[in-house]
Design a protein around this ligand. Structure first.
Ligand SMILES: NC(=O)c1ccc[n+]([C@@H]2O[C@H](COP(=O)([O-])OP(=O)(O)OC[C@H]3O[C@@H](n4cnc5c(N)ncnc54)[C@H](OP(=O)(O)O)[C@@H]3O)[C@@H](O)[C@H]2O)c1
Length: 227
C-alpha cells in the first residue's frame, strides 16, 4: 500500500465523489469503493472524463478498495454507517487511518436536516470508532465541507477542515490530503470527542445555506499561516 493513495468507501456518493475528484486532480492515487464494483468503475471513468486519462483513479468493490490504502474514508449516509463498518470490519488492517465523515442529521429518521440526533456514543465519529477494529485510528474529518462545491472544479473550496481523533499522528496524516484540496486548511481539532461539536456545526451550516441560498463552510481566525 502506498502512502500517497486513499480509498473511499461510498466514493460514488456526493461527498465521496467530490473528494475523489479533488484528490485525483491533485495527482493522488484514489480508489473509489462501492457496494457494486461497476458503480465504482463508472464513477472512476467519469472522473477520468473530467480530468483526463492520466488521472489515477480506480473503481473497486469497497472490500477491495480498503486493501489499497493506509487511509480509508467512510462516506456513507448515517443510516448506513454501522452496517457498512460491520460488513467491512474484517478487511481493515492494523495501522490504517479511518476517516469518518458522518453527520447524524435528524433527517435520517424523518426529521430536520438542521438538527442532529443525540447518540449514545456522543458523536457519529465516536460511534464509528466503537464498531471499527481497535487496531485502526479513527479520525473525524470533512463534516463541514459541502459536497456540491467539491464537485465543481472551477470553484475554490475555501474551507477550514477540522480533524478530530485520539491519535495525534493520525490527525497529522490528514494535513497533506486536506491541503491538496483548493484553498482548504487543516485545523487540528484535538480528541475524537470534539467531533460532537463539528458534527453539530454541519446542521447549523445547513440552516445558513437555506437562509442565504449558498454552500457555506467554516473559517477560524487567529491561527497564523503555515502553522
Ligand atoms: N453531502 C454533503 O455535502 C456532505 C458533507 C459533509 C459530510 N457528509 C456526510 O458524508 C456522508 C456521505 O454523504 P453523501 O451525501 O455523499 O451520501 P450519499 O450520496 O447519499 O451516499 C454515499 C454513498 O453511500 C453508499 N450508500 C448509500 N446507501 C447505503 C446503504 N444503505 N448502505 C451502504 N452504503 C450506502 C452509496 O454508494 P454505493 O451504492 O455505490 O455503495 C452512496 O453513493 C454522510 O454521512 C454525510 O452526513 C456529507
Amino acid at each position: 500500500m502506498a502512502d500517497d493513495s486513499i480509498a473511499i468507501v461510498g466514493g460514488t456518493g456526493d461527498l465521496g465523489y467530490g473528494l475523489a475528484l479533488r484528490w485525483a486532480k491533485a495527482g493522488r492515487d484514489v480508489y473509489i469503493g462501492s457496494r457494486v464494483a461497476l458503480r465504482a468503475e463508472e464513477a472512476a471513468k467519469k472522473i477520468r472524463g473530467q480530468l483526463g486519462e492520466h488521472a489515477r483513479v480506480t473503481g473497486l468493490a469497497n472490500e477491495e478498495a480498503i486493501h489499497r490504502a493506509w487511509i480509508v474514508v467512510i462516506a456513507v449516509p448515517f443510516s448506513a454507517q454501522i452496517s457498512t463498518i460491520t460488513s467491512l470490519k474484517e478487511k481493515f488492517q492494523t495501522g490504517q487511518t479511518v476517516v469518518d465523515c458522518t453527520v447524524p442529521l435528524e433527517a435520517a429518521v424523518g426529521g430536520a436536516a438542521t438538527r442532529t440526533l443525540n447518540l449514545w456514543a456522543g458523536s457519529a465519529a465516536e460511534q464509528a470508532a466503537r464498531y471499527l477494529p481497535p487496531a485502526v485510528h479513527t479520525v473525524a474529518v470533512f463534516q463541514n465541507v459541502p459536497a456540491p462545491i467539491l464537485q465543481e472544479l472551477d470553484h475554490d473550496v475555501d474551507c477550514d477542515v477540522f480533524v478530530c481523533g485520539d491519535n495525534p499522528e493520525a490527525r497529522a496524516r490528514m494535513k497533506p490530503w486536506i491541503e491538496a484540496i483548493s484553498n482548504c486548511r487543516y485545523i487540528d481539532g484535538g480528541k475524537l470527542e470534539n467531533a460532537r461539536v463539528v458534527e453539530a456545526l454541519t446542521a447549523f451550516l445547513i440552516g445558513i445555506n437555506r437562509r442565504y441560498k449558498t454552500h457555506s463552510g467554516i473559517r477560524v481566525t487567529g491561527i497564523p499561516a503555515g502553522t
